[in-house]
Design a protein around this ligand. Sequence first.
Ligand code: AMP
Length: 434
Amino acid sequence: MAKIKYQTPSGMHDILSEDYAYYEKVYEIVNDIARFYGFGRIQTPVLEDAALFEKSTGATTDIVEKQMFTLKTKGGDELALRPEFTPGIARAYVQHGMLNMPQPVKLYTYGPLFRYEHPQAGRFRQFHQVDFEVFGEESPAIDAEIIQIFYAILKELKFSHLIIEVNSIGDSQCRPYYKKLLANYLRPRANSLCADCRRRMRQNPLRMLDCKEEKCQRIKAQAPQIIDHLCDSCKAHFKSLLEFLDEADLPYHLDPYLVRGLDYYTKTVFEIFSDRTVQVVDEQGEIVQRSALVGGGRYDNLLKILGGKEIAASGAAAGVERIMAIMKDRGTLAMEEAKPRVFLAQLGDLPKKKSLKILEEFRRAKISVAESLGRDSLRTQLGRADKLGAEYTIILGQKEVLENAVVVRKMETGEQETVKMENLVDELKKRLKR
Ligand code: AMP
């Protein structure tokens, strides 16, 4: 049998309690904002049919082609660890007949996702996203609302200098023509493109606009822009979106080459960056990419691709680890250590046995208590109580237990009083009020 390495798999991490506070802070704000904007929480399985992602995310996307963790069950089903949320939520919308509910249906979720990436700064194989999706609404107002929601989440997390990049990538009316135009532009330049882009040029030339290779970036800079080739309906949608963003004072910037790497987007695509965004660094230590905190857009074709009816939809996701990295770097969340008001010191076996019951009484009374159930001396325990900033220490010795009493020590002055065990919580309530 192979030796255990006591090491998480590459690109995956334990979340230790000091970091968990950041996740909780993010989720707390997300829950508040979701409630305000009328989004209901949904939780889909971590595993889905691999075919779901092949069909929706797209068989030629990097996510499906290179990054999906797949497995075969004993029964022969091909499953995949979800690399993104949208397909699973869209599947749930169809499966549970949510199209018969009053539209739009607004859903949000958060949790772990899995992509077989080359692990590097800001890129993990297991990471977390916060995801919002709206089904059954065509209006660009919804695209703007989603942008506003993610902007608000980041603002509440004290991010400043946020940049929203927006673009429209058209729809099945106008995109095919643009794709042809782009392929025609790329063909004579094929020799100057990276190997991936030469392949992309045939399969899906739009993806070339996403390439981070410097030589491809240079070619991209002169490429035709889709914005100049949108059909009337996409043009009107985009114009209206920008008006909504203007009215809402959301600071956006138009990036005519923003396409995002997935097949299902139509019309609006957007990303949000912070000026402190984590940089992705290559093996030589060169910054190769400024990584987005949030990415999303409209996907009016996805439900049809999945075999359902044509249902307009729009959504976005934020990367929790990237948000956290910046929060930590900035030290914004000065982690408040849970400061106990009371410390419970015990001396010996009999007192220790009483401790659990006392702790539970304090918990029910909502008074925070720290304890030390080890074999420490009174001096050590008082030292700990002091360090934690407890206002009172309850000292429970052998003698006190036999007398059904406890000693209450005021830490500031060192004054000590004996109180009856049954009155302990009430006595402390009184003292803590003062
Ligand atoms: P995407 O689903 O690729 O559009 O990504 C949405 C957001 O999730 C990105 O803007 C990142 O913040 C985050 N993200 C994506 N992939 C990873 C990864 N491998 N590790 C950490 N965060 C990621």
